[in-house]
Ligand binder design. Structure first.
Ligand code: SF4
Length: 236
């Protein structure tokens, strides 16, 4: 069976996001993301592949509203982090429009982090430590990164692979909504939607065409694969 070209894309509805942080926890658990001590965080070493930015409406008190913007790697079609990596550790998958990170190729120059306008790439200053019993829940499908390695979200590429293999074994195409990154699966109000934008009938294609949809720093020409749905219109 010929491998189809995909355009994996995420939509995030800011009117639905409550800022609960469940997606952050799910991402940590799924991707073996390190947990840092308060002292390390005070040194600026916090690491969350997805984190929640908070914004307030400009209205005067008491008519102010908080909005939450979950920020993760935007899987740019023209990613500024890619051309600066001297060893091709960060590179683009044309087949599925993912910004990949090859851990065992990374030599830790951090050029990619400096050239990333979204600041969603993280450097391992320490070897990870997972106190028992957290060692029992490490995901065997995901590498545990060591000190000196850059890391970031890849739309849970291991889940994409698993869904593709299951569909292949059953001799059928992937269904819309079948691939669920951990954050999407966990979000209580279903603020996150994931899918293949190249399928015109997919839910993600409809959300990307929504009049509320916008992309972060689009004027830089990065062609992000994450669409945000502007908040506020249903609260006005
Ligand atoms: S889990 Fe959903 S509602 Fe909670 S912070 Fe993440 S995106 Fe927002």
């Amino acid at each position: 069976m010929e491998t189809p070209i995909r355009k994996w894309t995420m939509a995030i509805d800011m009117d639905k996001c409550t800022g609960c942080g469940a997606c952050v926890v799910a991402c940590h658990a799924e991707n073996n993301v390190s947990i840092f001590t308060p002292n390390q965080i005070a040194w600026g070493r916090a690491m969350h592949w997805i984190h929640i930015e908070r914004y307030w409406t400009a209205a005067a008190y008491p008519n102010v509203h908080a909005y939450f913007l979950p920020l993760l790697c935007q899987q740019c079609g023209r990613a500024p982090c890619e051309p600066v990596c001297p060893v091709y550790a960060t590179n683009h998958s044309e087949r599925e429009n993912l910004n990949l990170q090859v851990y065992n190729r990374c030599v830790g120059t951090r050029y990619c982090q400096n050239n990333d306008p979204y600041k969603v790439r993280f450097f391992n200053f320490f070897d990870p430590t997972f106190d028992a019993p957290l060692t029992e829940q490490l995901n065997p499908d995901v590498t545990v990164r060591s000190a000196g390695i850059m890391e970031k979200c890849t739309f849970c590429v291991q889940r994409i692979r698993r869904a593709e293999q299951e569909a292949l074994a059953e001799g059928r195409p992937l269904r819309d909504g079948e691939v669920m990154p951990a954050c999407v699966q966990t979000c209580p109000p279903s603020a996150l939607v994931f899918g293949d934008l190249s399928d015109p009938n997919s839910q993600i294609a409809k959300l990307a065409a929504n009049t509320r949809a916008f992309r972060l720093l689009e004027h830089l020409g990065t062609e992000p694969a994450v669409y945000y749905l502007k908040g506020g219109e249903s609260r006005a």
